[in-house]
Ligand binder design. Structure first.
Ligand code: DGY
Length: 323
């Protein structure tokens, strides 16, 4: 009997996928920095029993309809907005993600991005690198304080709570907006639930950590930015399309807000000519929220385990619930 076929859409660490190679026929797209081309993925899905996918792969109805033996799609991310869950469910295909294991790492990055934006790290480093540091001077690269300010977290999932923990250490007042209230977090972390409109008006730092859904698409548009304080700093470590990027650009140019720290963009990757990069009050990162060596390896292991379990008739560890 032929071994089940596993296709991995990006080069993963070989010793981590070894357990799959022992039991199954495994093929992998070997480019480290380039997504698998659509035509190759469309061909591979025809024979695949399992896919390990990246958040940059579009796993839509067209693709899933090409499959005949696919049982599981294991996405190397906590987010799964790249996958058509309904189409997967209609075909009886399980979808798995990597929750929990990346919570602290992503919260660290989010808070570091907030700090870097507030205290102007990239600009300050450019100054030093270009030999433009002339002397100590009273307002040289003066940024915004973080401690004792108000942070407003939009999307209070596990990562939101972990960011709140970090903010607590900086004596910040912590507001959050979420679909459901979080009484336990309110009690343990002292966070306060706040209506979205009040949060954007009140917070000094607005941190977007909400998943991308039809409801959150372009949640942050010109009208939203206009309501923020003009000293506000906006941080997005969730998904690019939650923000109407052209509107963010205008809001920054018109000084309706003071700065933005962005780990994600509407269309990724962005090029050096992206308009937001022309602004020195923008800190931009290449979607590296969960990218520590330890966490990325743990995420890979979880994907491997999920695939292994499904292909041997067991329940996966972290199945996405399809409503
Ligand atoms: C995720 O897991 O969804 C993150 O965006 C990856 O960094």
């Amino acid at each position: 009997m032929e071994k089940p076929y596993v296709y991995i859409t990006r080069k993963l660490t070989e010793h981590i996928i070894a357990p799959l190679r022992e039991q199954f026929h495994v093929e992998m797209w070997m480019e480290e920095e380039q997504s698998v081309p659509r035509d190759i993925l469309l061909a591979e899905v025809k024979r695949a029993d399992a896919l390990i996918t990246m958040l940059s792969d579009k796993i839509d109805e067209e693709l899933l309809n090409e499959s005949s033996s696919l049982k599981v799609v294991a996405n190397l991310a906590v987010g799964f907005d790249n996958i058509d869950l309904k189409a997967a469910s209609n075909k009886g295909i399980m979808v798995c993600n990597t929750p929990d294991v990346l919570t602290d790492t992503t919260a660290d990055l989010t808070f570091a991005l907030l700090m870097a934006t507030a205290r102007r790290f990239p600009e300050a480093m450019e100054l030093v690198k270009h030999g433009e540091w002339k002397s100590w001077s009273p307002l040289l690269m003066a940024g915004h304080d973080v401690h004792h300010k108000t942070i407003g977290i939009v999307g209070m999932g596990a990562i939101g709570e972990a960011v709140a923990k970090r903010a607590k250490g900086f004596d910040m007042e912590i507001l959050y907006y979420n679909r459901n209230k979080k009484p336990q977090a309110e009690e343990q972390l002292g966070v306060k639930y706040c209506d979205f409109q009040d949060l954007i008006k009140t917070a000094d730092f607005i941190v977007c950590l909400t998943p991308l859904t039809p409801e959150t698409y372009h949640l942050f548009d010109r009208a939203t930015f206009r309501k923020m304080k003009n000293t506000a700093i906006f941080i997005n470590a969730a998904r690019g399309p939650v923000v109407k990027e052209g509107d963010l650009f205008e809001a920054l140019v018109e000084k309706e807000i003071a700065g933005a720290g962005l780990d994600v963009f509407e269309v990724e990757p962005i090029g050096a000519d992206h308009p937001l990069l022309s602004l020195n009050n923008v800190v931009a990162l290449p979607h590296i929220g969960s990218s520590s060596i330890e966490t990325r390896e743990t995420m890979m292991k979880l994907c491997v385990e999920n695939v292994e379990r499904v292909l041997t008739g067991k329940e996966p560890r972290t199945k996405v619930k399809i409503h």
